[in-house]
Design a protein around this ligand. Structure first.
Ligand code: ZN
Length: 215
């Protein structure tokens, strides 16, 4: 058994039908899904399957497991109507992609003075990225990081994503590709303007940089 990861084929599809492959209590596996499971610094999608709330989505090996709010009203073999909560997912896509842009802007502004710490997490409210800093962070320079991110967004660059075997890649010109299995819009302009700010300090020598959408 294997769930087709349809969100990689078209991250803009939110309404779809799928065949139920497996049910265990409130957990459901479909033959293919557009629901993104938690991973790669991006939170899981929510929505409905056969009008029952999907409260969590996770990946286990080749399977994507949807946890429903209540027991399914369908059986294995049923074809069910599925809806990803699109307004939430689209915000996550935009914020998640702005975390990639933040990475480049941080590199350009701070270079060797900082490096990414543990993987960040993006939900539909903000993207949180932790960096290890050699010196105290200069907030004037963080303003320049915000400007750089917004310049990359305003340039409306094409976002390329592709698979090589099991590995997914993300790229915008002129930067080198990054490994990423998340979901992204087609162009950076879709993100709209963002605010980059300093979050609650996650530990000694570390800074949490947060990105929120202005629109
Ligand atoms: Zn990504």
């Amino acid at each position: 058994m294997r769930t087709a990861r349809l969100y990689w084929i078209d991250p803009y599809i939110s309404d779809f039908n799928a065949k139920v492959e497996y049910i265990n209590g409130k957990e459901v596996v479909l033959d293919g899904t557009y629901f993104y499971p938690q991973g790669g610094g991006q939170i899981y999608d929510t929505g409905t399957i056969s009008e029952i709330r999907v409260v969590k989505v996770r990946r286990e090996g080749d399977l994507i497991i949807h946890t429903l709010e209540s027991e399914p009203n369908f059986q294995v073999g049923s074809v069910v109507e599925c809806k990803v909560d699109w307004s939430r997912r689209y915000k996550i896509m935009k914020l998640h992609s702005s975390a990639h842009l933040l990475y480049y802007a941080m590199q350009e502004e701070f270079g060797e003075e900082c490096r990414p710490a543990s993987p960040g997490l993006t939900d539909d409210v903000k993207s949180r990225e932790d960096y290890i800093f050699k010196e105290k962070i200069d907030l004037q320079r963080l303003r320049r990081v915000e400007e750089k991110v917004n310049t990359l967004i305003a340039a409306n660059l094409n976002i390329h994503t592709w698979s090589e075997g099991e590995t997914r890649y993300w790229k915008i010109e002129p930067y080198p590709p990054m490994l990423c299995g998340g979901t992204h819009p087609k162009k950076t302009g879709e993100i709209g303007a963002v605010k980059v700010s300093r979050g609650k300090k996650p530990g000694a020598g570390k800074e949490r940089i947060e990105v929120t959408l202005l629109a």
